[in-house]
Design a protein around this ligand. Structure first.
Ligand code: ZN
Length: 434
């Protein structure tokens, strides 16, 4: 298949979304706007739900968890739920609370490593800060999402002359001592948290004394871009896994007013750190949301369990494309390419939730959508990664299939993906929800 205008538009929309989403909370905020403009209304966990056929809704839990649904025409104990799960968080750095300090004439920030980033890829890049600012005014708390439009931070590598072996031995980074980024040069006044608070307060136009808390992440200021002689690649941070969030949301938005089955897209936080938060893949989030839809439709607990037994979950997360310079690191008979469609991930140790049946079901969805697909198996002598698939499938007792688009440099600050694949995945997901 050739690169079509739809493919280029889909990839372009995804790239805009990646640029707007330096953190999971920003991704959720961007998706909320898109849902509201497409007729979805917000539900809360604190109020009773009254849902009827064709209702389009979303529910947020925490800053970076979102469950989006459309109530089908048929009862869920007849059809089961059609569910897609993905994660909003990405590996990187979180700023340590109250940890701004001066050393050797520089102002630096203490950072914690979040998940498993490729650390070396974060050095010598124009980094900045984004996150949640908790504000207290007249005794009331309010949170504000803030990102700086200018590059504020740098993790400089040491010069070659100080580390002559680096090109042979690789860049070794001590996690405590070598990663704190530089924020400024010291001046005559001591630099305390107060000065950082004053800067942020001026950016968001509030008095600094209203800042009650900060939850900041480090991000790369370089925007996503098309790449290659034929523009059939694109590069960005956070493709793992905002690309799958984008595909799932695009698919659910495009569904007809009244689909037959009830569909749910669940975007979880904290996948990169084990999924055990109130809105992670191991939480009650998707289960609670599905059960409340059932209750709202007049079903009892047994009928809800019947519905789950007929349900299927697509766990959508990035997959590994074969790297031309390291082909020997990949299973020789299951090497996946960019722009060749969704990858179905299979693992005998159940690091992926895919079964023969769920794989065949997803293959049928791809065939219906006219989309190619590929299959991934990890090398037997290497340890395979995992996803929310096995966790959510275990907790809910539903059949699941692990899929994703192939990318290069997974967990790098700047990952590489194919321009055809976002469109392929969106079309396959649409077919899966119909
Ligand atoms: Zn992922």
């Amino acid at each position: 298949m050739n690169l079509t205008p739809e493919m280029k538009t889909t990839a372009g929309n995804l790239m805009n979304f990646l640029d707007e989403s330096p953190t999971g909370a920003f991704a959720v905020a961007s998706i909320r706007k898109r849902l509201i403009s497409n007729g979805f209304t917000e539900l809360t966990e604190q109020n009773k739900w009254k849902l009827t056929q064709g209702n389009r809704f979303f529910l947020q839990r925490g800053d970076a968890g979102l469950c989006v649904g459309i109530v089908g025409n048929l009862r869920v104990d007849r059809t089961g739920f059609r569910m897609i799960g993905a994660h909003t968080d990405s590996p990187g750095f979180r700023v340590k609370t109250d940890d701004v300090y001066e050393k050797a004439g520089y102002v630096q920030l203490g950072v914690e490593i979040y998940g498993g980033p490729l650390l070396a890829s974060w050095t010598d890049r124009d980094l900045s800060l984004a996150g949640k600012i908790l504000l207290k005014k007249n005794g009331k708390l309010k949170s504000h999402l803030w990102k700086s439009d200018k590059a504020l931070l740098r993790i400089p590598q040491v010069a070659l002359h100080m580390n002559r072996a680096v090109n042979d031995d690789g860049l070794k980074l001590d996690k405590q001592n070598h990663l704190p980024p530089i924020l400024a040069l010291s001046d005559e006044k001591p630099f305390t948290m107060r000065r950082l608070n004053e800067f942020i307060a001026s950016e968001i136009d509030v008095p600094a004394k209203e800042i009650a808390g900060l939850e900041l992440e480090v991000f790369d200021t370089q925007k996503a871009a098309f790449l290659g002689l034929n523009d059939d690649l694109f590069v960005s941070g956070r493709i793992d896994n905002l690309a799958m969030c984008h595909a799932a949301i695009s698919a659910i938005i495009s569904l007809p007013e009244n689909p037959e089955s009830t569909v749910l897209v669940s975007l979880f936080d904290a996948e990169e750190v084990g999924s055990t938060t109130m809105n992670g893949g191991a939480s009650s989030f998707l289960d609670n949301c599905a059960e409340r839809i059932a209750i709202s439709g007049g079903l009892n607990r047994e009928e809800y369990l019947i519905a789950l037994s007929k349900s299927i979950l697509i766990s959508a997360d990035a997959a590994h494309a074969v790297h031309p310079n390291y082909t020997d690191l990949y299973e020789p008979h299951h090497q996946n390419a960019l722009n060749r469609g969704p990858v179905i991930k299979i693992n005998a140790l159940k690091k992926y939730a895919t079964t023969t049946d769920s794989s065949f079901w997803f293959e049928e969805c791809c065939r219906k959508a006219g989309v190619p697909f590929q299959k991934y198996i990890h090398r037997t002598d290497r340890v395979c990664g995992s996803t929310i698939g096995p966790i959510a499938s275990t907790n809910l007792g539903v059949q699941a299939v692990d899929v994703g688009n192939a990318i290069l440099s997974m967990h790098s600050i700047r990952e590489t993906a194919g321009v055809y694949d976002p469109w392929y995945m969106t079309e396959a997901m649409k077919a899966a929800m119909k």
